[in-house]
Design a binder for this molecule. Structure first.
Ligand code: NAD
Length: 467
């Protein structure tokens, strides 16, 4: 029976209740985690508060050493953790290893270095400006990159000298348990990191309202983020939000169309489309539209959907029955609203497991539900435009602004269009994801930035000393 990790010890939940963890490929229950209670949150926040004075006063180099040891252990345990993520979340094993596990290990290692190297003071005229640890951090994370999202918060928080109470997603919580074991093994002092698994409205809300929590760092849906921010406002906490997206892949007429379409399909379907920054809308000039649709269908046909442990699978199942139903609902909606289904659909390719075929809609027009709302599944909408201005206008015309891409004949032209977009990250002619560059959203995609030095700043308060 799994237990919560509070104050440096494995502890039974006060609730005595559990949550089933289900393998989305087999639909079988594979584990159970405690359904934490507000009393558990109380104990964890108290432990984090008690640990804060000495952890924040610990030499940055010492903190960095502990984080480096944790990153090493995470790397050593990566094959096993990748299997865990493939099992509770459904990502294909190779992807689970490389992206879901080794990438966050690299991010943690980078924060181990930044703990010491990041300057914590500067002179501004006659003042000395110092950056201090924010305090107790409540971290609430989703299931789609279950370890990465945790590291994006825990790495910089611990490097900054904050203490942490983590509530991982109840849907794919097992990687968080492995991380707690690692922090314990490397000797992180008691109370510096605490794990309370459980449901959002119970554990997450208790964390967001707790007066001894100084900052809530939330990643998840815009609806839940809005709720967390409003609860946190009661005690005027700092709030960092990493929310949903509906990102546009803008392909300009002078771009290399086959390359742009192929990369666009790959980006949309990565992690079975369960990626907040997925380029789920492909914008193509009217003159190239039919070619783009044909190329996209050709590329998407190569995406074998199946068992995450089968090497031939490029896409695994969706994470849960709920998520599968949500995606199927959107596919039906797209057809009802007149978009043209050119690949995939609502039929599952397997009898068991929460699978959805790679799906492509053509003739998608601005304002359709599938063009506006985050689907979070392998569903691509291809939208025609007539001018660069119209492409920018369509790209920006959603409530989100998390990521996107621009493809053009020259980097200069792509950069010029990217500068016009109201979004947090833009890939230029296929530029790859950089885990040291700031990541976060404009508009309702969020508040604040994660990763790299910008991500560390989220966990630092600023004090001016007038000399
Ligand atoms: P979700 O909002 O349902 O849950 C995220 C986390 O919030 C979970 O731990 C959940 O238990 C908790 N939660 C839910 N309701 C809560 C409440 N009332 N109070 C406090 N906590 C609550 O999201 P999900 O389904 O786990 O993840 C998918 C969503 O996450 C998508 O919208 C996706 O775009 C977003 N996401 C964003 C980023 C980013 O960096 N911007 C990254 C990954 C995922």
């Amino acid at each position: 029976m799994r237990q919560l990790y509070i104050g440096g010890a494995w502890t039974a939940s006060a609730s005595g209740e559990t949550i089933d963890v289900v393998n989305p490929a087999t639909e079988e229950t594979i584990d159970r985690v405690p359904a934490g209670s507000p009393d558990d949150v109380e104990a964890a926040v108290r432990a984090a508060r008690a640990a804060f004075p000495s952890w924040s006063a610990t030499a940055a180099g010492e903190r960095g050493k502990l984080l480096a040891a944790a990153a090493e252990l995470l790397t050593a345990r990566a094959p096993e953790i990748a299997r865990t993520i493939a099992t509770d979340m459904g990502a294909p094993l190779g992807f689970s290893l490389k992206v879901q596990t080794l990438m966050p290990a690299g991010v943690l290692s980078h924060y181990a270095q930044l703990a010491e190297s990041y300057p914590r003071e500067e002179r501004v005229g006659t003042s000395l400006v110092v950056k201090e640890s924010v305090g107790v951090v409540a971290a609430i994370t989703p299931w789609n990159y279950p370890l990465h999202q945790i590291i994006c918060k825990t790495g910089p928080a611990l490097a900054a000298g904050c203490t942490v109470v983590l509530k991982p997603s109840e849907v794919a919580p097992l990687a968080a348990y492995a991380l707690a074991e690692i922090f314990h093994e490397v000797g992180l002092p008691a109370g510096v990191f605490n794990l309370v698994s459980g449901r959002g409205p119970v554990v997450g809300e208790a964390m967001a309202t707790h007066p001894e929590v100084d900052l809530v760092s939330f990643t998840g849906s815009t609806a839940a983020g809005r709720r967390v921010a409003s609860l946190a406002a009661e005690t005027v906490k700092r709030v960092a939000l990493e929310l949903g997206g509906k990102s546009a892949n803008v392909i300009l007429p002078d771009a290399d169309l086959p390359t742009a379409v192929k990369a666009g399909v790959a980006n949309c379907f990565i992690n079975s489309g369960q990626t907040c920054s997925a380029w789920s809308r492909m914008l193509v000039h009217r003159d190239q539209y039919d070619d783009a649709v044909r190329l996209a269908v050709e590329a998407a046909r190569k995406y074998t959907v199946g068992d995450p442990f089968d090497e031939a699978s490029r896409l695994g199942p969706l994470v849960s029955a709920t998520q599968r139903d949500r995606v199927v609902h959107y596919i039906n909606r797209g057809q009802e609203e007149g978009a043209r289904l050119v690949l995939g659909g609502t039929e599952s390719p397997h009898e068991r497991g929460y699978y959805v075929e790679p799906t492509i809609f053509a003739a998608v027009t601005p304002g359709m539900t599938i063009e506006q709302e985050e689907i979070f599944g392998p569903v691509l909408s291809i939208i025609p435009y007539l001018s660069e201005d119209e492409a920018v206008q369509i790209a920006d015309d959603t409530r989100y602004g998390l990521a996107g891409a621009v493809w053009a004949g020259t980097e200069e032209r792509a950069v010029a269009v990217a500068r016009r977009l109201r979004t947090g990250q833009v890939a230029i002619n296929g530029g790859s994801f950089n885990p040291q560059a700031p990541f976060g959203g404009y508009k309702q995609s969020g508040v604040g930035r994660e990763l790299g030095e910008y991500g560390l700043d989220e966990f630092l308060e600023v004090k001016s000393l007038q000399l």
